[in-house]
Ligand binder design. Structure first.
Ligand code: URA
Length: 191
């Protein structure tokens, strides 16, 4: 079963790396597909690759990723237990916000990833991921909360501030770490 999903994900990434028509492809070093456990119960969705991710080709391997690893450990999870991906799979120049058209181009790719993994819980890391699926919600209002909506990709979601936003902001760091600790209960509720 695990091999099947891994095979399907590999196929999805190979296809999209070849066919995605996102303009960012021309300026990025490489595409950064999702990475992690194909059998994960939790999928984290970030915004877009940064400098380190663009160089290495894996999501959340820079400073924000290190902080994410720390928070995972705080709830007894390792990177190998979860799956991590981004709304946009190519680095926007200078780490600017992704444009709506760029999000649009990668959206089908993300949808395929999620429909293959079928996680119990989808966690948004930051407002870009949140607002792609919940355009009317504000991260300041829904962080640390479960969101419910029936969609092809799943029906239970959880919103967190983006780890990069909390890196140099002590109070946001506290909020994010405390929201993160609510994840095990959120998963328990679904199970
Ligand atoms: N920030 C993101 O949103 N995604 C990454 O992969 C890295 C940093």
């Amino acid at each position: 079963m695990s091999d099947l999903k891994a095979e399907q994900l590999k196929n999805i990434h190979e296809r999209w790396l070849k066919d995605c028509e996102c303009e960012l492809k021309k300026v990025a070093t490489q595409g950064v597909p999702g990475h992690g456990n194909p059998e994960a119960e939790i999928v984290f969705i970030g915004e877009a690759p940064g400098k380190d991710e663009d160089k290495i080709g894996q999501p959340f391997v820079g400073a924000a990723g290190k902080f994410l690893n720390e928070m995972l450990l705080s709830i007894n999870l390792k990177r190998e237990d979860v799956y991590i991906t981004n709304i946009v799979k190519y680095r926007p120049p200078g780490n600017r916000d992704p444009l709506p058209q760029e999000v649009e181009f990668c959206a089908k790719w993300l949808e395929e990833e999620l429909q293959t993994i079928k996680p119990k819980l989808i966690v948004f890391l930051g407002r870009h991921a949140l607002q792609h699926f919940f355009p009317n919600e504000k991260i300041s209002a829904v962080h640390g909360k479960i969101l419910k909506k029936k969609m092809k990709i799943g029906d239970t979601f959880f919103a967190l501030y983006h780890p990069a936003a909390a890196l140099h902001n002590g109070s946001m760091r506290e909020v994010l770490m405390s929201d993160f600790k609510k994840l095990p209960k959120a998963i328990e509720k679904i199970s």
